[in-house]
Design a binder for this molecule. Structure first.
Ligand code: ADP
Ligand code: ADP
Length: 216
């Protein structure tokens, strides 16, 4: 399955991506995770991306597209993938089509996680991520057994710099302006499936897997 997850920041893309990728045995490719790994390793790519990420802006397309192109060439992505956080605007969507064309492939489905802005703000303000394994928690909605410590690996949890309230507001605006138009674009292409992404994480996972079943 060649799948794109789309939805506003905080919709639960990363959370659901973990389960969906495991269920359909495809690699999860999260551009946000790749950028954050580069930032923490201090690579050239990370140095470039950092200032955009801190401001809640999109990293320039030429940087992002080149990175995704390289990643999709890797062996594990040849038979399918889940893209989380890419494409985020029309030029990126066109680049994705070009990359897939080069391989003689096409996208099977775009899954939209539908959540309103107020829920997004509640989710982002309590998001915590494990430094060691990357698992995503929430201080109220999905808390670990011991505050600040990952249940899965014992790693330390951190709050993302870009989850500060001022930056969150801007990211929601960037989503509305640049990313939301892709929903109509993929609907027109006949490959959009939307699910209600509110309610418990497990319920959303069930809805996602049921919606994707015809493509898997
Ligand atoms: P969220 O999960 O909250 O939507 P991400 O982890 O996907 O956030 O992205 C964090 C930041 O990384 C974005 O605000 C942006 O600066 C950068 N980023 C991630 N994916 C892309 C992309 N496809 N194009 C440009 N910038 C991106
Ligand atoms: P995205 O990748 O779309 O930015 P995340 O998967 O990182 O979103 O989720 C944002 C926050 O919301 C995290 O703290 C996560 O634990 C929490 N979250 C995810 N799904 C749900 C849900 N169904 N109900 C409540 N909180 C959720």
């Amino acid at each position: 399955m060649r799948l794109v997850l789309v939805g506003p920041p905080g919709a639960g893309k990363g959370t659901q991506a973990q389960f969906i990728a495991a269920q359909f045995a495809i690699p999860k490719i999260s551009t946000g995770d790749i950028f954050r790994a580069n930032v923490s390793q201090g690579t050239e790519l990370g140095v470039t991306a950092k200032k955009y990420m801190e401001a809640g802006d999109l990293v320039p397309d030429e940087v992002t597209n080149a990175m995704v192109r390289e990643r999709l060439k890797e062996d594990d992505a040849v038979d399918g993938f889940l893209l989380d956080g890419f494409p985020r605007n029309q030029p990126q969507a066109e680049t994705l089509n070009e990359i897939l064309d080069e391989f003689g492939h096409q996208l099977d489905v775009v899954l939209e996680l539908v959540v309103d802005d107020e829920e997004v703000i509640r989710r982002l303000s309590g998001r915590r991520t494990c430094h060691t394994c990357g698992h995503i928690w929430h201080v109220d909605f999905d808390p670990p057994n011991h505050p600040g410590i990952c249940d899965h690996c014992g790693g330390e949890l951190f709050q993302r710099d870009d989850d500060r309230p001022e930056t969150v507001r801007h990211r929601i605006d960037v989503y509305a302006e640049q990313t939301a138009p892709l929903i109509a674009y993929y609907a027109e292409a006949g490959i959009l499936v939307g699910i209600d992404a509110t309610g418990p994480v497990d319920d959303v996972t069930e809805r996602a897997i049921a919606a994707l079943h015809p493509y898997g």
